[in-house]
Design a protein around this ligand. Sequence first.
Ligand SMILES: Cc1cc2nc3c(=O)[nH]c(=O)nc-3n(C[C@H](O)[C@H](O)[C@H](O)COP(=O)(O)OP(=O)(O)OC[C@H]3O[C@@H](n4cnc5c(N)ncnc54)[C@H](O)[C@@H]3O)c2cc1C
Length: 387
Amino acid sequence: MSTVLESQEHQDLRAAVAALGKRFGRDYLTRVTGAGGHPQELWAEAAKLGYLGVNLPDTHGGGGGGIYELAIVLEELGAAGSPLLMMVVSPAICGTVISRFGTEEQKRAWLPGLADGSRTMAFGITEPDAGSNSHRITTTARKEDDGTWVLNGRKVFVSGVDIADATLVVGRTSDARTGKLKPCLFIVERETPGFGRRQIDMELQAPEKQFELTLDEVRLPADALVGDEDAGLLQLFAGLNPERIMTAAFAIGMGRYAVGRAVAYARERTVWKDPIGSHQAIAHPLAQVHIELELARLMMQKAAHLYDAGDDIGAGEAANMAKYAAAEACVRAVDQSVHTLGGNGLTREFGLASLITGSRVARIAPVSREMILNYVSHQSLGLPKSY
Ligand SMILES: Cc1cc2nc3c(=O)[nH]c(=O)nc-3n(C[C@H](O)[C@H](O)[C@H](O)COP(=O)(O)OP(=O)(O)OC[C@H]3O[C@@H](n4cnc5c(N)ncnc54)[C@H](O)[C@@H]3O)c2cc1C
């Protein structure tokens, strides 16, 4: 990467994370996933080196950097074959929301742990009957006379709830003045009575599991609410931009890993007189996906710069576009990489086939391809809504 685009510090961070990725690469992640475990050694090492909390405030144990730096970490680990999906939710969404809107006690209770890897937080917004339409979520929070909260509702596809110390749950409270429901964010500790989870049987080879959650009269203290009861939507959006930027980083890293494997194979594999990489039918599609990944990274960098500069609105459009571009580039990159390996593309030994489902995650979550196209149609182009 050119020095004009990225500072020496950023290049050094990339190189250092890539070196960590070499130590804990694809083989490590495959082994851990196969054994049904979690990449705890990598998580702990990344935390120790200051990478996990690089975006969190230095007043609370973080590195004092931004989402730009955190995205570098996730992209480079992904490019080594060992992306840490929980980075998208724990330091990026939850860490951002708490550091921007949490009380001093919440910051002290959570941020140092999120940064040093001793605590992890999941994020739950998706509901079975709402899906992409998050205005339709029905998890409700009732405020009791003593200021405590009672939550009821259901969530689905929430990642990492088993390993997370708590889940940041998006619920709704009714506005005493207007009677309308407004979103609110609550920290729900894992073993809180009434907070149930069931693992969903996913066709994914990843250490992070997805869960269906039930909240049945979950009683929470007053200080479980994060931020201002009346500014829930704003606070929620503050966490969603980092989520999209980090999903872009996840997708770009995975795409780079797949293309790297395919290029190495295409340089060696010879079935006629020259390696298969000399055939343009193999070389050009790989060149295309390489270009698409580079372009997606540029948009991700723009989004991260805007976000870190405090431009939440500008970052919103760029973060959505970056997530879209990166997911599409990743899906195509993985598809072409698998194809480049012929039959070996589908063997466990070469380990690329499992990325076919992995790459689709970035297309559907945290917001689907179609919902981003809707957003750009309406917000950027001013076209009317069909729904
Ligand atoms: C591996 C994985 C991890 C996840 N982790 C989390 C997590 O940690 N926390 C969390 O809260 N959620 C998580 N999710 C959920 C994810 O955010 C949702 O799956 C996603 O938002 C889509 O919702 P849905 O699955 O209900 O699809 P639906 O909303 O039912 O959509 C189905 C299809 O219809 C399309 N569609 C819907 N509405 C429109 C429209 N208006 N116009 C055009 N097309 C439309 C969609 O694009 C999609 O293709 C995860 C999902 C996966 C797969």
